[in-house]
Design a protein around this ligand. Structure first.
Ligand code: PLP
Length: 279
């Protein structure tokens, strides 16, 4: 079944989405995006995604052409029209279409496009875990904005796949930041540790949920940077993200992580995360 798109304030088929070759998203990656998750037809952690979208828009000096309430009802309508139980809503907003020139164009209207699609929970990867490799983080210094400029993320992900892994763990001069499309956490001596939510990482919605769950379960949490060496000696490693949820990393740079199997803290957080999902 083809997806229903929200475009030009109408619900249309993909063929009716007519993006201009002069769209600044196409020329410059000049725009913001969000990926929302829904379970059993209900959006998950909507407010956190909206907050981040407004944060990105403020950072890019992009005026969003809708209120939070208007956007939420559009997203809910897309979910309804998709007919899917579990899935994602992809939303992007560009600065509009205008002849190619770097300055913000005068009078251009933001271009909004969104669609909902059916996406299953990644149950197999969550059960068995994935392999990761370390890749240099060459992104800009505002990784807290969820912008369309994803080329360094794309390059890192492809490098991971080319090296026989599933995900790239990014590091700046040996300090681990996050992954190409997810946040990263380690467990050492029972403490969950992850990079602080500053400009060097995306402030993951799932990251925040997992930290909240860990604290509620009285699992010690440290939001402090750590090195590649500390990563390599972690007892457990896992990634978090809207589509990956809580997925164990069982191999790093070709070496087993801990026992080579998903660890007990990861398992516990997976169970707690699952309990937060709408059913
Ligand atoms: N970090 C990066 C670079 C991402 O692209 C994503 C999600 O796509 C995440 C982290 C996880 O964020 P969230 O949990 O909000 O999906």
């Amino acid at each position: 079944m083809s997806n229903v798109y929200w475009y030009g304030n109408r619900y249309v088929s993909q063929e009716e989405v007519l993006i201009s070759p002069e769209d600044r998203g196409y020329y410059f990656g000049d725009g913001a995006y969000e990926v929302f998750r829904f379970y059993s037809g209900r959006l998950y952690e909507t407010d956190a995604h909206l907050k981040r979208l407004w944060h990105t828009a403020a950072g890019l000096r992009l005026t969003l052409p809708f209120t939070e309430a208007e956007l939420t009802s559009r997203l809910e309508e897309l979910v309804r029209r998709s007919g899917a139980a579990d899935g994602n809503v992809y939303l992007q907003i560009t600065r509009g279409a205008a002849p190619r020139a770097h300055p913000f164009p005068k009078g251009a209207e933001p271009v909004v496009m969104a669609y909902a699609s059916s996406v299953d929970r990644p149950l197999a990867a969550m059960e068995t875990g994935i392999r990761a490799v370390a890749v240099e983080d060459i992104r800009w210094l505002r990784c807290d904005y969820k912008t369309l400029n994803l080329l360094p993320n794309v390059m890192a992900k492809q490098e991971a796949l080319d090296r026989g892994a599933d995900e790239a763990v990014l590091h700046r001069d040996g300090t681990v930041t996050e992954c190409s499309a997810s946040n990263l956490m380690i467990v050492k001596d029972g403490t969950v540790r992850t990079h602080p939510a500053n400009r060097f990482i995306l402030h993951g919605v799932t990251r925040a949920v997992v930290l909240r769950l860990a604290r509620a379960a009285e699992i010690p949490v440290l939001e402090q940077p750590f090195t590649l060496d500390e990563l390599a000696s972690a007892d457990e490693i896992f990634i978090t993200g809207t589509t990956v949820e809580v997925t164990p990393v069982v191999a790093l740079n070709g070496q087993a992580v801990g026992s080579g199997k998903p660890g007990p803290v990861t398992r516990r957080l997976q169970q707690q995360f699952a309990a937060t999902l709408p059913s």
